[in-house]
Design a protein around this ligand. Structure first.
Ligand code: BGC
Length: 454
């Protein structure tokens, strides 16, 4: 049990039942606003129709290229869909240099086209005609399956000249400029859509796709009658469409002020997209570690942790100077630690701050700090997922999830499920499945569906 001082410090992160219910109601209201044409402008969750209307059957066949841009890495993939719910994936990871993340958009797309050309050459596919699915994981208004205008950059990207532009066209132009490969961009999708498609390929009950990684977002299958923004011609044959909620922006119009803490405001102040993506800044891997750094710093300054440690002053100095020094992956490691050895926690505080032989009490306190920050994130994610499940008409709903926080944190899945038990309506049944390479396999499936539709 950690002492009362640390519990007091973390109190703002512990949501009461009332707060959970209130966030839930506000979230549902925002979704309703996002879907309706008359209120769409005011909604923080934009609920963009994706134009993906066919879920996979499992019989899809063929070779597809896929691109995945949206997190810390950029990937090129060759996906072979084999029917019988089977697929194989070969992929290559390329770094996105930091300067490209904020440099001119054209240079970013030229870099992507160059990596693509190298990949095609390596796999000896110059002469093959290859359809490509582009997983571009930023908020976009889709005008069709392969046309999408970026509305705003998120997650540390900020390349001028892309917002408001059709990113499918920008990629197409970059490929044309090189002129060394026969590649057709046939589909543009969000990573949440890829996740949903990839999971639906395995499990036909999948209706929700969620990412809790560098960023945080979800999509779900909605009845076309509820999606005002979808043109009528898309409502005639198919009765469903995947909606990209873009819930990372929930709270951007003030809905979360009653639960945001000083630490959240500080994280936002230092970010390159101030006042934007406020829900994302409380739930995703890009920010959770930074929240822990700020809390730890406050705890040290108020003499609530590492009280007797001789390295205290140096510890504080390192924390003050180095924004982002406490990476989100350390949260997973700390929370995986066992009492009373705490091998990970001791290694991390030694490596980062030069603190030797942290006491059991200090390790417990740090673990508690990490736990409160993560539990709050998981609670918010569970609120969002439950809101979507309760909206979907099917009685049984499977949720596909991916992203580094969900995948690598030892308890995130458990925290989400616990909260969902409380929020999902009685009579509904849900399950969560880990997605297998949504951005690759999912992109190929959307490309396959696009080719079929054509
Ligand atoms: C983007 C979403 C994306 C999510 C997860 C957010 O920052 O706005 O489009 O799905 O990150 O990658």
């Amino acid at each position: 049990m950690v002492d009362v001082e640390i519990r007091e410090l973390m109190q703002p992160f512990v949501l009461s039942d009332y707060q959970v219910q209130e966030v839930y109601s506000r979230f549902c209201l925002e979704i309703a606003k996002g879907l309706r044409r008359t209120t769409h402008e005011q909604a923080s969750t934009k609920c963009f129709p994706t134009y993906v209307q066919d879920l996979p059957t499992g019989d899809e066949m063929g070779k597809y290229l896929a691109l995945d841009l949206g997190g810390t890495n950029f990937r090129v993939l060759l996906v072979t869909l084999k029917g019988h719910h089977e697929a194989t994936v070969e992929s290559q990871i390329y770094a996105v240099p930091k300067d490209l993340m904020v440099g001119p958009g054209v240079e970013l797309f030229d870099h992507i086209a160059e990596c693509l050309a190298k990949f095609v050459a390596k796999h000896d596919m110059h002469n093959a005609y290859l359809p490509l699915g582009f997983t571009f994981s930023f908020p976009c208004i889709q005008m069709g399956l392969r046309e999408a205008k970026l509305t705003r950059w998120t997650k540390g990207f900020n390349c001028p000249g892309v917002e408001g532009e059709d990113v499918g066209l920008m990629l197409h132009d970059a490929i044309q400029r090189r002129g060394d490969a026969e590649i057709a961009v046939v589909a543009l999708l969000n990573d949440t859509t890829g996740t949903l498609m990839s999971c639906a390929h395995r499990n036909p009950d999948c209706r929700v796709g969620v990412i809790v990684g560098t960023g945080c977002n979800a999509c779900y299958v909605e009845h076309v009658d509820n999606v005002d923004l979808l043109d009528t011609e898309f409502k005639r044959i198919q009765k469903q469409v995947i909606v990209n909620v873009e819930w990372g922006a929930f709270g951007d119009h003030g809905q979360l002020e009653f639960v945001r803490t000083d630490y959240d405001r500080e994280v936002d102040r230092k970010s390159i997209n101030r006042s934007e993506q406020l829900f994302e800044k409380m739930t995703s891997g890009m920010y959770l570690g930074e929240l822990v750094r700020l809390v730890l710093l406050r705890a040290l300054e108020r003499n609530k942790i590492f009280k007797l440690n001789t390295k205290r002053a140096a510890f504080v100095a390192v924390l003050q100077k180095n924004v982002d020094i406490f990476e989100t992956k350390y949260i997973s490691e700390v929370e995986a630690d066992s009492f009373p050895e705490f091998p990970n926690t001791r290694r991390i505080v030694k490596q980062l701050f030069g603190v030797e032989k942290a006491t059991v009490e200090d390790c417990q306190k740090l673990k508690y700090i990490c736990e409160c920050v993560t539990k709050r994130a998981a609670t918010f994610v569970a609120i969002g997922i439950s809101g979507l499940i309760n909206k979907i008409i099917d009685r049984r709903v499977v949720v596909g999830i991916d992203g580094s926080v969900y995948r690598y944190h030892p308890k995130f899945d458990g925290y989400i499920r616990e909260m969902m038990q409380k929020l999902v309506k009685p009579g509904k049944e849900f399950d969560i499945m880990l997605s297998e390479d949504g951005s690759g396999r999912g992109a190929a499936l959307v490309a396959a569906v696009a080719s079929k539709t054509k």
